[in-house]
Design a protein around this ligand. Structure first.
Ligand code: OKP
Ligand code: ZN
Length: 343
């Protein structure tokens, strides 16, 4: 299997997040991707290639042009405003009854284009964000050229990003951008299967009214977990897309036995839909050793998970999402990927 690895991810470093009364190093750190690529190399999984440069127009198939331009300029706007902090981050958001309006102040712009405070920008963020999405697009092109399974080792992750907002460590929605590229280049029906611990609200929102993109997410119940305000079972799609979004919220503490049943139901739906390709948003934060989450999936279960997904026999584009047990993320990713091929 080919891995597309955006080494520019390392420029997105020194991220901070709130913890109690302090700001601490973010769980979303460069070591995550470094450990995954090292494990893939060590396992001899296949070639590791760099992403190819991509045109903005492939991003604006999914994201608004003004949001894309914000991502590219926010760091210089931050510096031009005289801000000296290493992390540009909003403190104000558009609340109910307020106006979603373009303003000039950089904090206003940060608040307009973010739905939470966990997607900060540092000096090198934009190059990393772009490169991560380019990895997903390169993987889509490889799939279009006849590869059956391709892994986009994306960092930063993407599945929380909507058409015009960042949040939850995500900026460009790598998986949705790849899914749209597949549709644009000849795939009739694409499924996005989100296996991250957290709900894939981004692809859900982006494809909510579309019947040619089936979005499915298995995740911790939003009544107890981030992102809290999306991911409930009654979100089924709207308009022409009604029936083409499936949320499978699971209780905290869910182990492989129950996860497997939900995954089997998801796969059944994908096959009934008649998907021509599947984008898998692979989060390794379902792991029981993950310091930030509360599922009970063991290291050995990732092979079973990969085998189930691989048994669809469909072309697969896997994008990396979360996973914060830094020492285990490499082995767990390789366990999943290896099993996909039926090894
Ligand atoms: C991203 B992905 C602050 C914790 C913030 C944000 C969770 C983002 C998950 N102390 N947690 O889906 O893995
Ligand atoms: Zn997650």
């Amino acid at each position: 299997m080919i891995t597309v690895y955006p080494e520019a991810h390392e420029l997105h470093r020194g991220l901070l997040e709130p913890d109690g009364d302090s700001m601490v190093r973010s769980a979303e750190c460069p070591e995550r991707a470094n450990n995954v690529v090292a494990a893939i190399r060590q396992a001899g999984l296949g070639p590791i290639v760099a992403p190819t440069k991509q045109d903005d127009r492939r991003f604006t198939r999914v994201h608004s042009p003004d949001y894309l331009s914000f991502l590219g300029s926010v760091w210089s706007e931050w510096r031009a405003a005289g801000e000296t902090g290493t992390n540009a981050r909003p403190y104000a958001f558009v609340g109910a009854g307020m106006r979603q309006v373009a303003v000039d102040n950089v904090f206003g712009r940060l608040g307009l284009y973010a739905f939470d405070a966990t997607a900060p920008f540092v000096a090198g963020s934009w190059r990393a964000i772009r490169s991560s999405a380019e990895a997903a697009l390169t993987a889509a092109d490889l799939l279009n050229n006849g590869e059956r399974q391709v892994f986009a080792l994306c960092r930063p992750p993407g599945h929380h990003a909507t058409s015009d907002q960042c949040g939850g460590y995500c900026y460009l929605n790598n998986g949705a951008i790849a899914a749209q590229a597949l549709l644009d280049d000849g795939t009739s029906r694409v499924a996005v299967l989100d296996l991250d611990y957290h709900h894939g609200n981004g692809a859900q929102a982006i494809f909510y009214d579309r019947p040619n993109a089936l979005t499915i997410s298995l995740h911790a119940d939003p009544r107890h977990e981030y992102p809290f305000f999306a991911g409930f079972a009654d979100e089924i799609g709207a308009g022409d897309g009604r029936g083409y979004n499936l949320n499978l919220p699971l209780p905290l503490g869910t182990g492989w036995h129950d996860y497997e049943r939900a995954l089997a139901a998801a796969i059944e739906r994908i096959l009934a839909f008649g998907a021509d390709a599947v984008v898998v948003a692979l989060g390794l934060d379902t792991y029981r050793g993950d310091p930030t989450t509360h599922f009970d999936i063991g290291a050995e279960d990732y092979a079973a998970m990969g085998a189930l997904v691989g048994a669809t026999g469909l072309p697969l584009l896997i994008v990396l999402e979360g996973g914060y047990a830094v020492d285990a993320i490499g082995a767990n990713t390789v366990g999943f990927l290896r099993a996909l091929e039926g090894e």
